[in-house]
Design a protein around this ligand. Structure first.
Ligand code: AMP
Ligand code: MG
Length: 493
């Protein structure tokens, strides 16, 4: 028997920050909750007994029915630029922070209940979550983790037994998610827009201690914080691009200062390589298109830098200069991560002049030939071993591949590496499987219409090993047929 008081060993640092950082909250009780999925490995990494979480007592916590011993449920305050327009007060309107635990590696992790009902920040919203978005977030965030991309995690999903009203009535659900923290660029903006410099300093010190401790020993700690957040975001967005991920709603309130992917809404993975790809139904202008993500990240980081100006040394002019210096580094950090990753994707280990041109020439040809991003890079590993057909057959005009492959092989020849080793290495960076959007939609439809969670569980299992060729999951590796293509993804708030 696990002692319930020790089941989740909370230690809540955010709740000890000044009162104006949050509002107390009480999760909504679900009338007849049922566990959809429990992430036992994550539970054990967090030092939480999975058997206890699965028990009636655990389910009560995961469905908002009881507040675990040591939990201090709060809704965090934040602001944010939504599609470029500043909203001075957003905040956790449908998520409640239950508290923080220290994981097995001594890292502090937030445990948050999403879809837990109204809070002081809910405005007109009902604070609830529909089943579809909960399943999408669970599956996509866990896949991102398996792909090696920094992300929030999914600990559990439950159905509430209560419908939520969207365009139609939909089954309600709650997601328990885990993050290094849920502190956002928008958290800083909340205080900046109120002229509350003292709060910005307290928040910055909290974030330094929690996420960027090396800044604490720097001469100019807040400049170091800015550098660290810029670097983490540049690296994150590069990783998104390298696996074809489109976040969909890169508003400043959805940008984590810990550098994790956060707030999965109408996100999707790209099938055919095209930088202008947009899935989100609310992104009509394509602001958050696949290829715009680096530019938007830099825009968001500029908003972050603005909030830190009062903390930077040497008066306003010097502060602006420091912020500009820090932001100017974004491009180089991003490009190093992005082209470094692409170089590995095409099988190159060493950096040489001309690599960027070689890679860009490939990408241009892929767009013109409507080439599937994931299938192509995986197939390129076979081309290394002499079988070009799977890669070239993905091009409308396969000779566009052949012409590029001539240059690519000349370049490969300048690096001595056994073809088998090279391919094996490529297979560790080029996933065989991603959550294909049409399959995610079909998985959600099965759960919502038929309460059939088998497709969800299968995708979750298969996508926990995205770099492995899985003979029994060939269907999940396939891009959509023309009639299966999903044009728009809805966030369902
Ligand atoms: P998101 O689209 O998840 O990034 O949310 C943007 C803002 O809207 C945040 O402040 C959320 O808390 C709030 N919000 C989204 N959905 C709801 C909802 N169903 N009820 C209340 N607030 C919501
Ligand atoms: Mg959000």
């Amino acid at each position: 028997m696990v002692d319930a008081r020790m089941a989740m060993p909370f230690d809540n640092s955010f709740a000890r920050l000044p009162d104006r950082f949050f509002a107390a909250a009480r999760p909504l009780r679900s009338p007849s909750p049922q566990l959809i999925e429990l992430n036992e490995r994550l539970a054990s990494d967090l030092g939480i007994d999975a058997a206890w979480l699965r028990s009636a007592e655990g389910l009560d916590v995961l469905s908002g029915h009881t507040i675990a011993e040591g939990s201090e449920p709060i809704a965090q305050a934040y602001a944010g630029h939504q599609f470029g327009n500043f909203v001075p007060q957003l905040g956790d309107g449908r998520a409640i922070l239950l508290g923080e635990v220290m994981d097995g590696q001594g890292r502090r992790r937030d445990i948050q209940l999403k879809g837990a009902g109204r809070t002081a920040f809910s405005r007109g919203g009902d604070g609830r979550a529909a089943l579809g978005p909960v399943l999408r977030e669970y599956l996509v965030s866990e896949t991102m983790a398996a792909l090696g991309v920094p992300t929030t995690r999914a600990l559990a999903a439950v159905t509430t037994g209560e419908p939520v009203a969207r365009e139609t009535l939909l089954p309600g659900a709650m997601l328990t998610r885990v993050a290094s923290s849920h502190i956002r660029v928008g958290t800083f903006q909340y205080f900046a827009s109120r002229g509350d410099v003292e709060a910005i300093r307290v928040l910055a010190d909290h974030v330094i201690a929690r996420h960027h401790p090396s800044a604490a020993v720097s001469q100019n700690r807040y400049r170091s914080l800015l550098d660290a957040v810029i670097s983490a975001q540049a690296d994150l967005v590069a990783r998104w691009l390298l696996v074809g991920f489109i976040h969909g709603v890169m508003n400043t309130d959805n940008v984590s200062v810990a550098g994790e992917t956060i707030d999965y809404g109408p996100c999707a993975f790209m099938d055919v390589y095209d930088p202008s790809t947009v899935f989100s139904s609310i992104d009509r202008a394509g602001r958050y298109a696949y290829g715009n993500q680096p530019r938007i990240a830099q825009w968001n980081l500029t908003r972050f830098a603005e909030t830190l100006l009062p903390l930077l040394d040497g008066g306003q002019e010097a502060a602006i200069e420091q912020a500009q210096d820090a932001l100017a580094a974004f491009g180089d950090i991003f490009e190093r991560a992005y082209f470094g990753g692409l170089r590995r994707k095409v099988g190159l280990a060493i950096e040489e002049d001309g690599d960027v041109e070689l890679i860009n020439s490939l990408l241009t040809r892929m767009t013109a030939n409507q080439v599937d991003f994931t299938l192509f890079f995986r197939a390129l590993g076979r081309a290394v071993e002499g079988d070009d057909e799977p890669a070239r057959a993905l091009f409308i005009d396969p000779t566009a591949f052949d012409a590029w492959a001539d240059d690519w092989r000349l370049r490969l020849d300048r690096e001595r590496q056994d073809a088998g080793d090279r391919r094996a290495h490529m297979d560790t960076v080029n996933p065989a499987l991603i959550p294909r959007n049409h399959q995610v939609e079909a998985m959600i439809a099965a759960a919502v219409s038929d309460a059939d969670f088998a497709p969800f569980r299968r995708m979750l299992d298969v996508l926990s090993r995205p770099y492995d060729e899985q003979l029994t999951a060939e269907d999940l590796a396939q891009p959509p047929l023309p009639h299966e293509r999903v044009a728009a993804t809805f966030c369902g708030t």
